[in-house]
Every structure is written in C-alpha cells, then in structure tokens.
Design a protein around this ligand. Structure first.
Ligand code: NAD
Ligand code: LMR
Length: 322
C-alpha cells in the first residue's frame, strides 16, 4: 500500500487531484501540504468513505517534515499558474524557488520517494529538482518525473475529434519533448490505432496539441490555467508505457535516446514503468515522419535553453535552509 503526498494540495489542481487520490484503492495514506487551507481540504475529504487515511499540514510546526517523512510518492502542483499573455517561462521567477524548497524537503525527509512535478515551467523545474537531489547525493533518475500526461490526454481528445472517433480513450498518441508550446511534439504517425489525419488538418491539430494550455488560460480569463483536466491526467494513465519527462542519462535505455536527440539530458519519451520506477526509456525516433523530425529539431533547441536555465538556477541561487 502506498503513502502519497500532494504539495500544493489546496490549489486548483491540488484539490481535485487530492479528491481523486483519496478514492484510489492503491493509496493507504494521503498527506496534503500547502501554505494555506490544507486543514480544511483534508477535513472535507476525510468524510469520503474510502481506504486512504488523510491528513493536512501547513508549514508551521515542522509541517513539511511531518508531511514528507515516510512518503512513497510525492506529487507537486505547488506554484503560481499563468494568466493571459504569460508564457510558462514567465512563472520561473516564482515557481523555481518553490520547487527548489519543496524538493530540498524531499531530499531530507523522503529521499527514496517517487517525485512527480507538475509545477511549471516543467522544462526547467524538473532540472532544478534533479540538481537539488544531486546536491544532497540522493538523486535517482528512475524516480523523478515531469508530468506531461496532459499533453497525451489532449492529443487523444483533439485527434479523436478530427478522425471522428467518439471515444477518445481509444486513440493513443505518444507526445514527446517538453511541456510548453513548440517543445511539445505529438508523434501522430505513431498513433495507435493508426489515424489518417487529412493533410489540410495536420498543422492545425499539431498546433492545438502544442498550445492547448493557452485555450484554457484564455477561457479562464485571469483566474488560472487547466486544473481539472490536469488532475485527471495526473491520477495516471492506465498503461505501463507512458510518455514522461525524465533525465535520460540516468535511466536504462536513456543514453541511446539522448544520443539520438543530439545529447539532450531531459526529454519526455515513452517510458516503461515498474514498481521501482523507470524500467526503460524507449526510442520512438527511428520510426517518425520527416514532418515530425522538423518539429523535433525546433523542440530540442527551445528545450535546451529551458533546461540550462533550471540547472543554472539550482547551481547558483542560495541554497534553501529547512
Ligand atoms: N504539468 C502540467 O501539465 C500542468 C498543467 C496545469 C498546470 N500546471 C502548473 O501547476 C501549477 C499549479 O497550478 P494551479 O492551477 O493548481 O495553481 P493554484 O494557484 O490554484 O494552486 C497552487 C497552490 O500552490 C500553493 N503553494 C504556493 N507556494 C507553495 C509552497 N511553497 N509550498 C506549498 N504550496 C505552495 C498555493 O498556496 C496554491 O494553493 C502551476 O505552476 C501551473 O502552471 C502544470
Ligand atoms: O497552460 C498552462 O500554463 C498550464 C498547463 O501547463 C497546461 O498545459 O494546461
């Protein structure tokens, strides 16, 4: 049975995600942490008749330590979301420090936990997390994940609309790269089952998958970004091979994938998951179309800058004292 933690549990993603985790039969204990409101959220969810015992913590009285000690899995949706006109990179200024602080707690209090990072910009916050864990000598790349599943969920939904499939769950599209704009690369040529996308619809579909987050930010008109679809995505897909953003040199099969991509360190690729984390990173690139190779080249360029920014921040900013 699993002891799970949500950091940022009182937020737009944190609350529905905590609800979904409270009803998950694999979880025996669920601990919620935020800088505000977790006692209330935990009290509310505690009335649900399900297996998971739930507790809420705030920073006071060693709240982070109590939340994290003994945790098996930590999901992090803490941090500010976008408003219209912002890029995910605009969130770096605030969220980089939040992620660094929370991952420092993980390094100290539950260094063997699986860590799933939702906080944007994922392209930079995951490299920050890796550097913090390295600095504490507890980094295990097979247990650190940037959550890019929402891109996979969107790719299924939007592709199904185009090909006229009523049940979008039947269409699975691997989405690789990073999690922002053109770093998001849907590999429609590898969709299962094979999908015939009309040539005049391809650019539009790819653009919608890459910039789907903007649709929600615009519709919410200043009150945040995707929360409910994100919570759905973060509760996990059902397969054992899922695209996720990982540190390639540290996972089995990752060196080969990194080499195929010109040496980039972090990339979302379909990853085989087991009880101990990443079993193998798979290399889908030999089979992709020329069109997708061009998308990939743009993604690698943008993503390299985002990764370097995260690594630089983690190495140079003052260390977090807990
Ligand atoms: N990876 C993805 O696909 C994806 C999808 C949607 C949103 N996001 C990102 O997730 C993040 C959260 O989005 P949201 O809509 O839930 O925002 P939100 O503002 O509704 O919630 C964020 C929560 O984090 C909490 N928080 C802030 N600092 C904290 C700290 N130091 N420790 C603990 N908690 C802290 C806040 O109090 C708040 O409750 C944003 O950065 C957003 O861009 C990522
Ligand atoms: O778009 C955002 O800022 C939130 C999230 O990354 C998303 O893809 O919906």
């Amino acid at each position: 049975m699993v002891k799970a933690v949500v950091l940022g549990a009182a937020g737009g993603i944190g609350q529905p995600l905590s609800l979904l985790l409270k009803t998950c039969s694999l979880i025996s204990e669920l601990r919620l942490y935020d800088v505000v409101n977790t006692p209330g959220v935990a009290s509310d969810l505690s009335h649900i008749s399900s297996l998971a015992k739930i507790t809420g913590y705030l920073p006071a009285n060693d709240g982070l330590e109590k939340t994290l000690t003994g945790a098996d899995i930590v999901v992090i949706p803490a941090g500010i979301p976008r408003k219209p006109g912002m890029t995910r990179d605009d969130l770096f200024k605030i969220n980089a420090g939040i992620v660094r602080e929370l991952v420092t707690g993980i390094a100290k209090f539950c260094p063997k936990a699986f860590v799933l990072i939702i906080s944007n910009p994922v392209n930079s916050t995951v490299p920050i997390a890796a550097e913090v864990l390295k600095a504490h000598n507890v980094f295990d790349a097979t247990r650190l994940f940037g959550v890019t599943t929402l891109d996979v969920v969107r790719a299924s939904t939007f592709t199904a609309e185009i090909v006229g499939e009523k049940d979008s769950r039947k269409i699975v599209v691997p989405v690789v790269g990073g999690h922002s704009g053109e770093t998001i690369v849907p590999l429609l040529s590898l969709a299962q089952p094979a999908c015939k996308i009309p040539a005049d619809k391809l650019d539009g579909l790819v653009h919608r998958i890459q910039f789907g987050g903007d649709e929600v930010v615009a519709a919410k008109d200043g009150s945040g970004s995707a929360t409910l679809s994100m919570a759905f995505a973060a509760q996990g897909e059902k397969g054992i091979i899922e695209p996720t953003f990982v540190y390639l040199p540290g996972v089995p099969g990752g060196e080969e994938v990194s080499k195929a991509l010109g040496g980039i360190d972090f990339f979302a690729v379909p990853v085989e998951l087991g009880p101990n984390g990443v079993v193998k990173a798979t290399n889908p690139f030999p089979a992709i179309s020329d069109y997708e190779k061009k998308l990939l080249a743009v993604a690698i360029k943008d993503l390299s800058g985002n990764i370097a920014k995260g690594v630089e921040f983690a190495k140079t900013a003052k260390p977090t004292k807990l």
